[in-house]
Structure formats: C-alpha cells, structure tokens
Design a protein around this ligand. Structure first.
Ligand code: PHE
Length: 455
C-alpha cells in the first residue's frame, strides 16, 4: 500500500473528534466512576489527573508521531521505524491487547443496548433501587441475553469498519460528541440537585489520603491509559490517517482535556445519584447500570415523560460513545491483518469480529453460569480487564516512551512534533524529558511497588 492510498481524516475538527471519540467511551462513564468508587474518591482523582498530565499526554504525542510518520498499522509502524529489531513485538503486543480489550468491552457495550431496550419499553418506571440492583444482576448473569446484545454490538462495529471508517467515524463523531456533552451537562444538573446529593459531591472533592496505597496508583495509571486509549496503538493507528499539517501536541491536549472533563462530569452524575439513593460507591462494574436509571426516575418523578426521554437518550448516547471506541479498537486489529497479511479489509474484519465474539461470550458467561471458573481468583471478564488495563496498557506506554525517547532518531521526533520546524512547540523539551526519564521511571516504580518489592 503506498502513502497516497491510505485513508485520511478530512478536517482538523474531524481529527480531534475522531480521536476524542476513541478516548471518550465506557472508560469515562462506566469505568472511571467505579474505579474512583473502589479507590476512595477524590484522592484517586488527583492521582489520576497527575497520570493524565505526566504520562498520558506525552505518550499520546509519542503514539501520534509513530503512527503519522510510519503511515502504517501499529505493528507495521515499529517494523518500519526499527527494521529487523525486537521492537516489532511492541506493535504485536498492542494488537493483542486491542483484541482482548474489544472482547470484554463489547460485553459492557452490549449491556447498553439492553438498557436502551428497557428504556424504550418503559421498563424503568416505578422501580425501587433494590429492584434496579436485582434486575441488573439477573440480566448480567443470564446466559443468553447479554450474549445476544454483545453479538449485535460487534456486528454493528463490524458493519462500520468494513464500510471504511473515515467518513463514518468523522461525520458521526461531529454529531455525537457535542450531543453527548450537552446531555451530560443536563444530567449533572439533575444529579447534583437530588436530595442527599451533597455526600456524593463531598466524596468527589474531599481527598482522603489515608486510603492511598500502591493499588490506587496502579488503578489510576491503568485508568489513565484505558481512558485515553493509550498503550495499544489505537491513537497510533488513527494518527496514520492524519495529514502532515496536524498539530500533534495541540491535538493531544484537546483529546486529553475533553476526555478528562467528561470523566469528571460523569463522576458528578454518578456519585451524587448513588449517595442520594443509598447505593455504595464501590458497587463495581454495575454502578452506572444501577444508579442511572434511578436518577431519571427520581429527578423527574413528577414528569414521567421526561424520565422516559432522558433514559432513552442517555443509553443511546452511551452506546454511541462506546461505538466510537469499539470502532477504534477494531480498526487496530483489522488494519494489522489487512496490511500485514495482505488480506482484504472485509476478510480481516471478519476474523476480528468472529474472534471477539467467541472470547466475548466467555467473558459474558464468566459473570453468570461460569462464575466458578477463575484464574488468580478472577473470572474471565475481570481477568481481561485487569490484565489489559493494569498491565498491558501501562507496559505498552512504557515501551512507547522508551522507543520514542531513546531509540528513535531525534531529528525524526523533532520534525514530527514541530511539523518540520513550522510549529513552535514551547513544551518540546519537556515532552522529550518526560518520555526519556519521567514516564519510564514512574511506570516502572508503580509496577514494582504493586508487586510489593519496595516494601
Ligand atoms: N478509551 C476508551 C474508553 O474510555 C476505551 C479504549 C481503550 C479505546 C483502548 C481504545 C483503546 O472507553
């Protein structure tokens, strides 16, 4: 494939919104709140912000420059930039990570479809918090229903991928992202005005450092990588569709700001809502599926039609946010098979979808009938989440920073970040310093600390 055959995003806004579409997803609205809840609230958020600024943004710029310079899928990128070296394994690991994430992420994405269905058929009306808990548990452990939605969601993703993503992703992101934002703002207002919401706001704003242990650092770092779509070549693959004029530093900053802002806003919906109905913030992966239907019922208890409209809109948007992310993950693996194994895009996509459906089915069943089958005490779903978000993504990030900071030719890095010297990037030296020293050391220390070797 020559350079000119490669697809390109059409506009600057398209680049930002497509990348933000990848970043903003279930990670912000589903995973961030429950990780924050599990790790004690505000102190976790502060450490998370530190991870985004210190590790996330520089590593995002590094992934961007690797992708744009090589104009190839993530595995091909390392082969082009470091031919004949072991660096190719970094790209291959990225593809594997993407495949694993897609398989369990789609399970949760599938849940959003069930909730759209419930909302559309007015299934939330008149339920008590206990009933919401019970119905989520019976749904997620049901052997059939979640699998049906999972397959449907992956087929939807597949459909867009085989059509060629650029027009689809770019156009839909331009509509979906602003809409998502407006809905979130409205929901924040509803949630913080619920009776008893104050305790939730306090949980978000008052750091309790007594809860901070090595787990909190690993959790925050993993969440930063997961939420920013880093460490698995996703933004690297997207950047291979950027043009030469794209300002990589500014794009990374925009994506980072949008992603973080939406995660924090999601916190301002979930925690006030959870505290207001007496649900513990550490309810885990079920948190938003229990608290949110409740918010709508309570906030609009006198006006059922509004409760109905908001429920439907919220779950539609959650599904769309998830979809822009699943597309971006699917694209990593599809582009790899398509370019490296010279198979057609359609055929490549078929393998990815089929493989993810199979693995996804096991993930889904591990929350129900296969609960008893565990490895290291974790079922398949939890194991995949732990392994990818807390190990493989940070490890990928570590290797990306070493690759860019130490291995790549300095001139190449400079000319990508400054667009051949045409851009002034005042933080250039800082970016390089972080990639060379701060990121590799910080990630290693967090890993070593978690393994308990420092104690
Ligand atoms: N960033 C996405 C989210 O927050 C998930 C994702 C992870 C997407 C890794 C791509 C790569 O939902």
């Amino acid at each position: 494939m020559t350079k000119n055959d490669r697809a390109n995003f059409g506009s600057k806004l398209g680049v930002i919104l497509a990348s933000a579409g990848s970043a903003v997803g279930l990670g912000n609205i589903w995973r961030f709140p429950y990780e924050t809840g599990n790790h004690g609230g505000a102190a976790f958020i502060l450490i998370y912000l530190g991870c985004v600024i210190l590790l996330g943004l520089p590593i995002m710029i590094a992934e961007f420059l690797i992708g744009r310079h090589s104009q190839a899928n993530t595995a091909g990128a390392y082969q082009k930039l470091a031919p004949g070296t072991q660096w190719r394994w970094v790209g291959r690991m990225s593809v594997l990570t993407g495949f694993l994430i897609l398989s369990y992420y789609s399970v949760v994405a599938g849940w959003t479809l069930e909730y759209i269905f419930e909302a559309l058929t007015n299934g939330f009306a008149g339920k008590s918090p206990e009933q919401f808990i019970a119905s989520f548990q019976s749904f997620s452990s049901n052997p059939w229903r979640p699998i049906l939605w999972l397959v449907l969601f992956l087929l939807g993703t597949h459909f867009i991928i085989v059509k060629g993503v650029e027009k689809g992703i770019e156009k839909s992101s331009k509509i979906m992202m602003p809409t998502l934002f407006i809905i979130i703002l409205v929901l924040v207002v509803c949630a913080v005005s619920l009776p008893g919401a104050g305790a939730g706001i306090e949980f978000l704003l008052k750091p309790d450092f007594s809860k901070v242990d090595s787990d909190v650092f690993l959790g925050a770092m993993g969440q930063a990588f997961f939420s920013l779509s880093l460490g698995m070549g996703c933004l690297c693959t997207y950047a291979s569709y950027f043009n030469k004029k794209t300002n990589l530093t500014r794009t990374a900053l925009s994506v980072g700001v949008i992603d973080t802002f939406i995660a924090i806003l999601a916190g301002f919906i979930i925690f006030p809502a959870a505290f207001s109905v007496g649900i513990q913030p550490d309810a885990g992966p079920s948190l938003i599926f229990i608290t949110l239907p409740n918010v709508f019922q309570q906030a609009f208890s006198g006006i059922p039609i509004l409760a109905y409209i908001f429920s439907v809109m919220f779950y539609v948007l959650l599904a769309l946010a998830a979809l822009t992310s699943t597309i971006s993950i699917h694209e990593v693996v599809t582009a790899y098979l398509h370019e490296e194994f010279k198979m057609s895009r359609t055929k490549a996509a078929r393998y990815v979808t089929a493989g993810c459906i199979i693995l996804g089915i096991f993930s889904s069943l591990s929350l129900g009938v296969m609960k008893g089958y565990t490895l290291f005490g974790l079922g398949m779903f939890d194991l995949l989440d732990f392994l990818t978000a807390k190990i493989m993504l940070p490890l990928g990030g570590l290797l990306v920073s070493i690759f860019t900071g130490w291995y790549l030719d300095k001139k190449l890095v400079w000319s990508e970040i400054t667009n051949d010297g045409t851009l002034k990037v005042p933080v250039y030296k800082l970016i390089i310093f972080i990639l060379k020293y701060v990121a590799p050391i910080a990630i290693s220390v967090i890993f070593i600390n978690e393994l308990g070797l420092l104690k």
